[in-house]
Design a protein around this ligand. Structure first.
Ligand SMILES: Cc1ncc(C[n+]2csc(CCOP(=O)(O)OP(=O)(O)O)c2C)c(N)n1
Ligand SMILES: [Mg+2]
Length: 887
């Protein structure tokens, strides 16, 4: 039976509501966290009772931490302000001075000016450089705020004047300062490259997760260490920035703190002119389960809020969008009075006793150390998940007429009058003339403010940022350790992928280095046959396995464990790459030389996450990228999107990436062994890209003495049975087509050719370029010979190179093989079909290789042209087919 309810308007709840509120206030007055718990419990109860309780993801446009819950600021505000002013000046002077000297050299001043207080509170009170013997907090700085980080290091005495003067002058005679955070360029300073927007925050999330992984696997001690990521509000436009935030809450990463510098602007103008970015981000982060702390208004607003009993001030704030807030900061106090407070007489009255200057100086929360301190304190104390601090700031803060202007991002120089005003405002004791030239200023090391800042850092364990690489203490397994894989497969048809997985399992079992291996997969473990490894070492799961897997009664069940070793990332190549980055830099960041093997669909590697690979290289990352299901014609069936014929070309663009395209398991074993040796035993800053295939064939035993050739990029695999008049190059599974072509050429056409395996065109080219450079710079010395030429020696005749990649790959050798090289490759879009048809289509099968050899010999007068033409027909080559490069 349904009862007719009275409409709420007819019931007067007010007395009851007051009672509830009073009771709630009592609880909160005692402990706000109890209040939060009470509300949560009530909400839960309501849900059980069927009362709809959609919870808000956004809250009013005010600070999350109310004034009465703040703790007093523990630092010396005067000295800290002094230090901050000096840093502001030096950061600006550095950029300004450099652009005056060298117009167009660039740099940014407005970003740091918005970020300064947020960083300084961290440097003075939070960022720990050490936790006992363990490394300290990790800080991902906004990349283009680096002048401020340099300026602080300068005050700390870490850089001298010469170094500062070489900001963006890295190619001068004294060491420079790189434009942005680059461990490659400043390996003892920067840890994390961040300036490609979105990469810093994404890497920070996976770094936090990797830290837990190392703790849960017992490789490092658990510490209260935090990862701080300073992120631009414009930077949150990048999918990379927000795309993985749910991982933070899912994995309960309370070691992770994002600070979003909400200066409401990006490069061109407002981030959300017509909305409020802070509201948007609050909703997203809270929805994703993060603890959100908004730091919107500075302390001087508190008094206004207190005096405003009607809530009108908040209402006025919520009427404004970011475009308005930006305008208020770009204009003066009089404008704010008229256009913000002036809308309502009550608000005008509220500020009637304040001067325009006072109104102009009403700070935003991100410029108020007390507000920031309280937010940071709550963030580090928060348990059970990550925290984001949304701090409202002013871009170009203190930069006079540039402040909060749309164009402020690209401001490099201030006008003379503005410089004078800046120096005056921040009380920098240098003459006007010096100010105009951007002269840095550093008080003596015994000046009270310098003593103070140094003492704060001493207290927190030392200077930050700092990157240190521990002394090497690693012995790589020797090649005979891989004997099972260099011995061949005994005619059993296997793929290089299967070979690799068994090598990986062997490494995982190793009593010494096994625990350091970090297998990473983006939901492709089964594609690569990793089921047995999943059973062997388990999938990492911070909470263990809270369910009984349906296949629990099977041998190879889906095993998740708290100390599981495999990082099963799900379908996120970007996330997997971020894990690869954390693991590949752990040798420096955690002093634990983990060896990541990231196995993925080669097509979804370099072309998908290329910028992250670049940052990985910049970070001096080590490890193995294993591009599986590679090769445009070897990956059958899947078609255009999956068939990779260019990852080796993309990989070749990364200076520290060593690439190999092994045809046989023994080649792969040799490469993996040498990779571990070079990266971890010798300490070379390299990483490896190795392609793996899913085509099964018998793996031969390693020919005696071929290791050097494999590693350098070429060796003779199968000499001709008669006198060779041509040379055939192959790599990956296409090498089998080359071997078949050798056979056809000899038996059908009486043409003898040597077969060469070329596991790395890229390494051969790099060697040849280096040799050539040396020759160019030493014209009076005996000429050196590139490895590819010395390996070829007297080998005669044209060279036909067939590849499962674009022709551009073998073509990298053409400068050294003039008029000899004919390249067959897989330019063009892939197709769904089987290997036989794909190789015919792309003209990389044995028949096409034979045809190309005869054709080239004919052109050289060594084979009858008509006979060559006839042979093409016999071989079934369709000479009128459309060019696959464009088909
Ligand atoms: C991937 C990428 N795209 C573009 C840029 C160029 N860029 C550098 S800073 C910037 C604006 C940044 O705005 P925001 O994140 O809000 O930082 P703010 O300077 O305002 O603190 C842009 C577009 C870049 N560095 N990386
Ligand atoms: Mg911004």
């Amino acid at each position: 039976m349904t009862m007719k309810l009275e409409t709420p308007a007819q019931i007067d709840f007010s007395a009851e509501v007051s009672e509830w509120i009073e009771a709630f206030d009592d609880v909160v007055a005692d402990d706000w966290q109890h209040g939060a718990e009470l509300l949560e419990t009530l909400r839960q109860r309501a849900r059980e009772a069927g009362v709809p309780t959609p919870s808000d993801v956004t809250t009013p446009y005010r600070n999350t931490i109310p004034k009465h819950d703040e703790v007093p600021y523990p630092g010396d505000r005067t000295l800290e302000k002094r230090v901050e002013s000096l840093i502001r000046w030096n950061a600006m002077a550095m950029v300004h001075g450099q652009n005056k000297k060298d117009a167009g050299i660039g740099g940014h001043i407005s970003t740091y000016s918005s970020l300064a207080t947020l960083l300084e509170v961290g440097f003075n009170h939070f960022f720990r450089a050490k936790y006992g013997e363990e490394p300290g907090d990790f800080i991902y700085f906004q990349g283009h705020a680096s002048p401020g980080v340099y300026a602080r290091a300068y005050l700390e005495g870490r850089f001298d004047d010469d170094r500062l003067k070489n900001f963006r002058h890295e190619l001068r005679d004294t060491p420079g300062l790189s434009s942005y955070p680059h461990p490659w360029l400043m390996p003892d300073f920067w840890r994390f490259p961040t300036v490609s927007m979105g990469i810093g925050p994404l890497n920070a999330i996976y770094q936090a997760r990797f830290m837990r992984y190392l703790e849960n696997r017992g490789l490092i001690k658990a510490t209260p260490r935090k990862i701080w990521a300073f992120v631009g509000d414009g930077e949150t436009d990048e999918v990379d920035t927000l795309g993985a935030i749910s991982l933070g809450s899912r994995e309960k990463l309370d070691n992770l703190i994002f600070v979003v510098n909400c200066n409401l602007q990006r490069l061109d103008g407002p981030v959300r002119g017509n909305k409020r970015i802070i509201d948007e981000l609050e909703g997203m982060f809270r929805g994703a389960g993060w603890n959100v702390i908004k730091v919107i208004w500075g302390s001087d607003w508190d008094a206004l809020f207190e005096r405003d009993h009607t809530g009108l001030l908040l209402r006025r704030m919520e009427e404004c969008v970011d475009g308005d807030f930006q305008t208020f900061k770009a204009k003066d106090g009089a404008y704010l009075r008229e256009h913000f407070f002036g809308k309502y007489p009550e608000l005008l009255a509220l500020v009637s006793d304040m001067t325009d200057e006072q109104l102009e100086r009403l700070h935003r929360g991100g410029h108020d150390p007390a507000k920031i301190y309280n937010a940071y304190k709550r963030a580090i104390e928060h348990k059970g998940g990550p925290t984001v601090i949304l701090a409202k700031t002013v871009k170009g803060y203190g930069m006079g007429s540039s402040q909060a202007r749309n164009a402020t991002h690209n401001e490099k120089k201030l006008a003379d009058a503005e410089l004078a005003a800046f120096v005056k405002r921040f009380d920098i004791p240098i003459p006007e003339e010096a100010a105009q030239h951007g002269t840095p200023y550093r008080p003596a090391q015994d000046a009270p403010e310098i003593v103070y800042m140094q003492e704060r850092r001493r207290e927190l364990g030392g200077h930050i940022p700092k990157r240190e690489v521990p002394k090497l203490d690693f012995t790589a397994p020797a090649l005979d350790y891989f004997g099972e894989w260099t011995a061949g497969s005994n005619n059993r048809a296997v793929s290089t992928t299967m070979g690799f997985v068994s090598i990986l399992r062997h490494l995982l079992k190793d009593p010494k280095i096994g625990k350091l291996i970090v297998p990473i997969v983006p939901d492709e473990g089964r594609t690569f046959g990793l089921e047995s490894a999943i059973r062997q070492v388990g999938i990492y799961a911070a909470e263990g396995q809270r369910y009984t897997p349906h296949d629990a009664d099977m041998l190879l069940y889906y095993r998740e464990a708290k100390d599981g070793q495999i990082l099963e990332e799900g379908i996120t190549e970007a996330g997997s790459m971020a894990s690869f980055t954390a693991a590949g830099t752990a040798y420096a960041n955690y002093k634990v030389p983990t060896i990541p093997f990231y196995m993925y669909y080669s097509m979804f590697g370099f072309q998908r996450i290329g910028d992250m690979v670049w940052a990985f290289a910049d970070s001096r990352g080590k490890g193995f990228l294993m591009g599986g299901t590679a090769g445009r014609t070897t990956m059958l069936g899947e078609g255009l999107q999956h068939q990779d014929g260019h990852s080796h070309i993309l990989a070749s663009t990364v200076p520290t990436c060593v690439t190999y395209d092994p045809a046989f398991v023994y080649e792969l074993a040799v490469v993996v062994q040498d990779g571990i040796r070079r990266m971890y035993e010798k300490g070379e800053d390299l990483f490896y890209y190795i392609t793996m295939y899913n085509e099964d064939y018998a793996m031969p035993a390693m020919p005696e003495g071929s290791a050097e050739g494999i590693l350098r990029g070429i060796y003779k695999l199968k000499p001709a049975t008669g006198e060779a008049v041509a040379q055939l190059f192959g790599s990956g599974p296409i090498l089998n087509e080359v071997l078949r072509a050798q056979e056809i050429l000899a038996t059908k056409y009486g043409v003898h050719a040597d077969v060469w395996s070329v596991p790395s065109y890229t390494e051969l080219r790099r060697d040849a370029l280096a040799v050539e450079r040396w020759n160019r710079l030493h014209p009076a010395e005996k000429e050196r010979v590139p490895y590819v030429l010395s390996a070829l020696g007297e080998a005669k005749g044209p060279i036909i190179a067939a590849s499962d990649y674009m022709k551009a790959l073998p073509d990298v050798l053409s400068p050294w093989l003039p008029s000899r090289l004919v390249t067959l490759g897989t330019d063009g879009f892939g197709r769904s079909d089987n290997r036989e048809h794909l190789r015919r289509h792309f003209e990389v099968n044995a028949e096409a290789i034979v045809g190309a050899t005869l054709s080239k010999l004919a052109r050289e007068g060594k084979f009858k042209p008509k006979a060559a033409q006839k042979a093409l027909a016999e071989l079934g080559l369709n000479v009128d087919a459309a060019d696959p490069a464009r088909a």
